[in-house]
Design a protein around this ligand. Structure first.
Ligand SMILES: [Zn+2]
Length: 570
């Protein structure tokens, strides 16, 4: 009796009723996010945002309390249906649904997709689905009308709308960068982790990014072919492999003298490698580096990547069958350029469909596709393997059995207690990266392919390495050497060496930046074309030393010569 009395008393709020209704709506996004958290697949952003976004559905219930149950049932059915997709995707792939998944769905052929589904489908998924749906139904039965005074109801609705729509804009306002487009984007980003927005936003973003990529591709297709192209490799089976690493600072590799043994596999291969000691990336960001490394663009001519043929175009024009295997994300706003590059190739294998870059994804999943591609019957092959390398978060880059560095051993004395686990995670990521790169070399060598493999990282990473020891990651505004110092090495097959005898070891101490990589690559494999500049080739006797310009070329005054900062070689 008292309970009913309380309910009817308009001054008291039925918090329990509200809580049950909220829990019901939260359930459809929350379960998947809790599972993602428990399995350590991704950071907590998605769970937090889904928790906030679920308040949205309380609005109709507050405004029309007498119809609470049918309204909740209608919304619940939609959320349930959408949640099955994200939960199902998690159960099968162990990852979060994203627009990259939509991209893959439209890109890959249905037979492949259903094969994959069959491979991962397990019997327990059926009872799990039933339990999941039953719990939803039980929660719905708890939903009851919550009567607030009109005034209180409207205030609550406005509060929810404010916290979902206006509150996120405060950061934009503070930056003085508030525009309608940015406001919409901010809301999209925040709502995306919740059902049904994952699919809705995912699909919209997919469409948008696809259009952006298509525009880039169309532009690229209209470029005239490179002139005077000569390839001496015709007539015999030849394979060339370019492995692009990620965020790997060579100063953390024992191959380059790091105190910890972080690269035992490459150390063991040392005698088969040519290891270059003074190569840097021009910029501390993936896309900006590859825009230069894979085209004629450089720090002084940063826009050439759109108006001249790329390395991919040239290899294709020279008659190579071209493959792009990547463990990087595909359909994110940032990565449209990368996907455009990959689409300039004949075949693409996309292995990373996470929504957030801060998600678990191990690079060893490139190995099997690499093996398959090497077995392709095409006579001339060019394969790009793009790794996730040692990108943040470091602990997501290596499986537990590679957690080899767990204490302070091998670290400098000034490293603080809080920095130790971060450095350890980074070094463990380097250790796993060593395994992956060495395996790629082993697999390539085992095919007895005639050709060579080049590995370099896009840029480095400062893991409390620089003076002051407070820097983590990369910041173009405050450049430090570790952000740019990359590994650069070449492996050549025996018969390639026999056919092309030359002493690369004479060049290993040349200061060089990967902006001019297209010339080095051409030189290494013997290609010649209009625009080839031997003075920009790391392996040419006509090589000319240049300033190692780092910084944002959009503000030329900001370019500095890192060369003057490099320490003398031991
Ligand atoms: Zn990068």
């Amino acid at each position: 009796m008292t309970a009913t009395a309380t309910l009817r008393d308009s001054t008291r709020v039925d918090w329990r009723g509200l809580a049950w209704a909220y829990l019901f709506f939260w359930y459809f996004s929350g379960v998947t996010h809790v599972l993602l958290q428990l399995s350590g697949t991704t950071g907590s952003y998605g769970l937090r945002q889904a928790t906030i976004a679920s308040f949205l559905w309380l609005i109709p219930l507050l405004l029309f309390p007498q119809r609470a149950r049918p309204i909740a049932a209608g919304i619940g059915l939609v959320l349930w249906a959408f949640s099955l997709a994200s939960l199902g995707y998690y159960c099968i792939y162990g990852q979060e649904f994203s627009q990259s998944v939509i991209f893959i769905m439209f890109e890959s052929n249905p037979a492949e997709a259903s094969e994959y589904f069959a491979q991962y489908f397990a019997w327990w998924m059926v009872p799990a689905l039933l339990i999941y749906s039953t719990v939803a139904w039980l929660l719905w039965r708890r939903v009851r009308p919550v009567h607030l005074s009109r005034r209180a109801a409207w205030i609550s609705v406005l509060l929810i709308a404010f916290s979902l729509l206006a509150f996120p804009q405060i950061k934009n306002l503070r930056r003085g960068a508030l525009s309608a487009a940015l406001a919409a984007e901010t809301i999209q980003t925040r709502m995306e982790p919740a059902v049904p927005w994952q699919m809705v936003v995912g699909y919209l973003q997919y469409q948008e990014q696809l259009a952006g990529m298509q525009e880039l591709l169309d532009k690229n297709k209209k470029l005239p072919p490179i002139e005077n192209l000569v390839d001496p490799n015709n007539g015999q089976p030849t394979s060339f492999v370019l492995v692009i690493g990620e965020s790997t600072n060579r100063q953390h590799m024992s191959l380059y003298g790091y105190a910890r043994k972080t690269t035992p596999k490459l150390d063991a291969l040392r005698t088969q490698l040519t290891v270059f000691n003074q190569v840097i990336g021009p910029r501390p960001y993936t896309i900006e580096v590859l825009q230069q490394a894979l085209t004629f663009a450089d720090q002084e001519n940063p826009d050439l990547y759109l108006s001249t043929p790329s390395l991919m175009n040239i290899m294709k024009q020279a008659g190579y069958k071209t493959f792009w295997i990547t463990n990087q994300q595909t359909m994110t706003k940032r990565n449209t350029m990368l996907t455009n590059f990959s689409q300039q190739m004949d075949e693409q294998i996309y292995l990373n469909h996470s929504r957030e870059q801060n998600s678990r994804a191990y690079d060893d999943n490139v190995l099997e596709p690499f093996q398959q591609v090497l077995a392709d019957p095409a006579e001339k092959k060019f394969i790009v393997v793009h790794l996730l390398g040692t990108h943040m978060k470091y602990e997501y880059r290596f499986p537990p059995e590679f957690a080899h560095f767990n204490d302070r051993s091998g670290l400098a004395e000034w490293v603080t207690e809080e920095q130790v686990p971060v450095i350890n995670n980074y070094d463990n990521a380097v250790l796993f990266n060593d395994q992956v790169v060495a395996r790629l070399i082993d697999i390539f060598a085992a095919t007895e392919a005639h050709g060579l493999l080049v590995y370099f990282s896009d840029h480095g990473e400062d893991v409390f390495d620089s003076p002051g020891h407070k820097v983590l990651g990369r910041n173009e505004g405050r450049p430090t050497e570790p952000m740019y110092a990359v590994p650069f090495l070449i492996w050549e097959s025996e018969d390639w060496k026999e056919a092309h005898p030359r002493d690369l070891s004479a060049f290993v101490d040349r200061p060089y930046q990967t902006s001019h990589f297209i010339h080095t690559w051409a030189d290494l494999i013997g290609l010649r074309f209009a625009g080839f500049d031997p003075s920009k080739s790391l392996v040419n006797s006509a090589f000319k030393e240049r300033p190692l310009l780092v910084g944002d070329p959009a503000s030329p005054k900001g370019l500095i010569d890192l060369h003057t900062r490099l320490p003398a070689q031991q």
